[in-house]
Design a protein around this ligand. Structure first.
Ligand code: FAQ
Length: 336
């Protein structure tokens, strides 16, 4: 409700009208901050500030959408996997990603946002999902590289989320991380097979895939800390435990030795070991490309949204049938 007091506050703040907080709200906020400072975990039934709730819904729903859209680049290769073993592994992996999406939607629902609202936001193009899934998987080597680099980056980002201050998200992430770890290893193993036993053409295919996925994988961690509007508050609240730049650096440091074992190089002339920092220096990310992709202008954004909308429309009869069945069961129970 808009009050005169809000006008006064707005004039003082020199900006948008801010509601005056009651003494009760201020006391609750202070108690909440004290719990966060003490390292407590917050449960769904606990009081939380609106902004904490909104930040979590934003992050968790985007994460869920990423898992669901993330099924598309790899799902496209299930019918073309080179052996039965690789097909079974890929099927299991893509199915796991669908499962991750479901745990995450369920975690977001505990914050009071319905699955229907989140789905509508994804299908209309309003919601974000990870930039990485707007790049195409052109060859079979891309499937190995997605496991190695994309799942590798996802794990690096998600292991700290197992300690997120919001307990339902943290619990979901524990299971997700166990499965992501299998995903990363199967990708790496598939690339190692191609690089050690493959033909010259297969080795070249792996190098080409690394060249295309390297920079987009580094972009997965989000904008540089200085340009990340949400990081400071999210770290303060224990939603994120490690910043975007710190995670990106950890990923580069962990991945380069793996690239050396594989026998591939990353497309970065500025990459070099820094003795002083005991860490790799790496080149400048093309942030204009990142924001273009996040803004809907990546190579596959339209294709991905069209695929999700088609799947939703094609599944209408399944939802109708499930609902009709549930209604019939409920009326039988009422009659009994
Ligand atoms: N793509 O202030 P920040 C996976 C947006 S799952 C698109 O730094 P924040 C598994 C950001 O939302 C991969 N948008 O934001 C898999 C914000 O916009 P908003 C997904 C991005 O939230 C593998 C704006 O930029 N993982 O790979 C991206 O503090 C293989 C400013 O950014 C997660 O979602 C991006 N890369 O930090 C599946 C993990 N980066 O919301 C299938 C959970 C940033 O204000 C196959 N999420 N933006 O409109 C997070 O940890 C965080 O949300 C970050 C961003 C780190 C992604």
């Amino acid at each position: 409700m808009y009050t005169q007091a809000m006008d006064v506050m707005a004039r003082e703040a020199g900006g948008k009208p801010q509601p005056v907080k009651s003494a009760e709200t201020l006391a609750r906020e202070a108690a909440f901050e004290a719990r966060i400072d003490a390292g407590d975990f917050i449960e769904a039934k606990d009081w939380m500030p609106d902004h904490y709730r909104k930040t979590l819904v934003r992050q968790i729903s985007q994460h869920a959408h990423s898992e669901i859209v993330g099924m598309l680049p790899e799902g496209n290769w299930i019918t073309r996997a080179p052996t039965l073993k690789r097909k079974a592994i890929l099927l299991a992996k893509v199915q796991d990603e669908g499962g991750h999406g479901l745990y995450l939607y369920a975690a977001a629902e505990t914050l009071g946002t319905s699955r229907d609202e989140m789905t509508a936001a994804l299908l209309s193009g309003k919601a974000k999902y990870s930039s990485i899934f707007n790049y195409p998987a052109l060859t079979w080597a891309d499937i190995g590289v997605i496991g190695w680099l994309v799942d590798g980056a996802a794990i690096m980002n998600q292991v700290p989320l197992c300690r997120c201050s919001y307990a339902p998200y943290a619990r979901a992430m524990i299971r997700v991380c166990r499965e992501e770890s299998f995903h990363q290893r199967q990708g790496y193993e598939s690339l190692l097979t191609m690089m050690t036993k493959g033909t010259a053409q297969q080795k070249a295919m792996v190098q080409d895939a690394v060249n295309r996925w390297w920079w987009p994988s580094l972009m997965m961690f989000g904008p540089a800390d200085k340009d990340s509007p949400n990081s400071e508050q999210s770290i303060r609240w224990g939603i994120k435990r490690v910043t975007n730049d710190q995670l990106r650096q950890k990923f580069v440091d962990a991945t380069i030795p793996q690239a050396e074992i594989l026998g591939v190089t990353v497309p970065d002339p500025d990459l070099k070991w820094n003795e002083v920092r005991q860490s790799y220096d790496f080149g400048v990310i093309d942030w204009a490309e990142f924001w273009r992709v996040v803004g809907g202008e990546g190579p596959c954004n339209r294709e991905r949204l069209a695929a999700r909308n088609k799947a939703w429309d094609d599944g209408a009869w399944v939802r109708d049938a499930a609902l009709a069945h549930a209604r019939k069961q409920a009326s039988k129970q009422d009659a009994a």
